[in-house]
Design a protein around this ligand. Structure first.
Ligand code: ADP
Length: 399
């Protein structure tokens, strides 16, 4: 069975063709600058040179047609005809309060994705465009929507309800949703498998630490809490997002600087986090680390505050679950930054966590148990693979 995974953005479209028998990537690539001058397709097949096509892509349907051409190309292709593709799995940001699982796309599903445009204004319209482009390019082929918010839908009411008047939940569906759900779902289940834990009862905390960052707590692979909220702004300090903050700060800045709330929210989303705290060094953890090592005090504080915030979330989630069996690190920073993992874990002595510092140092981008044998909690590095999770769900729903 072969599954095409699509992640459509407003002017981009990323894809992977995955063989489900071996769970390997046959080909992957992306279309950039869709609807803008200078459109470009980059197609990668393992063991071959990149295939690049620069040709106009006025809309997503043209991009999907070009992806199919590349996949079937005599020289660079990996299938003979589109019939070999069994189904298409789409990453969709927001499923609102309707979808707690992936689902085969029909008119109702498209209506809900459209109704959630307000909740995911940057992503949902593009995601729907990607689905409609695939429907037009491959009539009759099943499409599956995999929602980034689905994992968080398992949260209990006490975890997802904001302490504001109830009418806002009723009227506008304002609640905590959580994002990176496909990653948290994948990594929590891989953690249970890799660490040999009980698939029904295991208490797992996943730290997805990338440019965007979030923590989730799950029992038996079901989410009980997660750090992002109605939008991805809540929770951890991120590359350019502030995470948790007193909302009155927004009003204070508005009043002092004559800004409106949208401008301040842009400041919180795009100019804050380690970028803002470091005095503008970078959103990239490697650059901020370099600056800190060179004696930049603000950069040092930014990284310390990042680790401190992650540690506080882990501590509160251990309390929320009345225990924790495993803590897993994933995404760019989580998979690669051993000193950061070590700093975060240095707060966890009270839980009986002991890191094997040598194994931690040597672990990069591959599955590894990095806690010491006598640690009461297992600590792991588990690379995330959202595309594979999307493909697995798509295969399961269309078999
Ligand atoms: P996103 O998908 O949210 O854009 P990623 O998961 O790709 O983010 O993570 C990107 C972040 O990972 C960058 O800030 C980068 O600096 C960081 N990163 C990648 N490799 C390393 C490393 N070896 N050490 C520290 N940080 C790293």
């Amino acid at each position: 069975m072969k599954i095409l995974v699509i992640n459509a953005g407003s002017s981009s479209l990323k894809y992977q063709l995955i063989d489900m028998e071996t769970e390997t990537v046959l080909a992957k690539g992306q279309c950039e600058r869709i609807g803008i001058e200078g459109s470009k397709l980059t197609h990668k097949v393992p063991g071959k040179e990149d295939y690049i096509r620069q040709t106009p892509m006025p809309e997503h349907k043209v991009a999907v047609d070009l992806v199919l051409e590349a996949l079937m190309d005599e020289e660079h292709g990996v299938v003979k005809s589109a019939d070999e593709i069994d189904a298409v799995g789409h990453r969709v940001l927001h499923g609102g309060m309707v979808y707690s699982d992936s689902i085969v796309v029909n008119d109702d599903v498209k209506r809900v994705i459209r109704e959630c445009f307000d909740l995911g204004p940057l992503h949902n319209p593009a995601n729907l465009t990607g689905i409609e482009a695939c429907e037009a390019a491959m009539p009759g082929k099943p499409n599956v929507a995999v929602f980034d918010t689905a994992f968080g839908m398992a949260m209990p009411e006490k975890a997802y309800t904001y302490a504001i008047p109830h009418e806002y939940l009723e009227k506008y569906s304002i609640r905590k949703y959580g994002f990176h759900g496909t990653s948290h779902n994948f990594v929590s289940k891989e953690t249970i498998r890799f660490a040999g834990l009980d698939s029904e009862t295991a208490k797992v905390i996943v730290c997805h630490l990338g440019n965007g960052a979030s923590v989730s707590a799950s029992i038996g692979g079901k989410c009980v809490d997660t750090s992002m909220g109605l939008t991805p702004l809540e929770g951890l300090i991120m590359g350019s997002r502030c995470g948790d903050i007193d909302p009155a700060v927004a009003q204070y800045i508005c009043n002092k600087e004559g800004k409106d709330i949208n401008e301040v929210l842009t400041l919180f989303n795009k100019k804050s986090g380690i970028l803002g705290m470091s005095g503008g060094v970078s959103t990239d953890f490697r650059d901020v680390k370099k600056a800190a090592d060179a004696g930049n005090h603000l950069a040092e504080v930014a990284l310390d505050a990042f680790a401190y915030r992650v540690a506080k979330y882990i501590g509160s989630y251990a309390a929320a679950m009345n225990g924790v069996d495993a803590i897993a690190f994933t995404a760019g920073v989580g998979e690669n930054d051993a000193p950061m993992r070590s700093e975060i874990m240095s707060y966890m002595g009270f839980l009986g966590v002991k890191l094997d510092e040598e194994v931690n140092k040597a672990s990069r981008g591959k599955e590894a148990l990095i806690s010491a044998p006598d640690s009461t909690v297992k600590v792991l590095v588990i690379p995330t693979n959202e595309e594979l999770m999307i493909a697995r769900d798509t295969a399961a729903l269309t078999k």
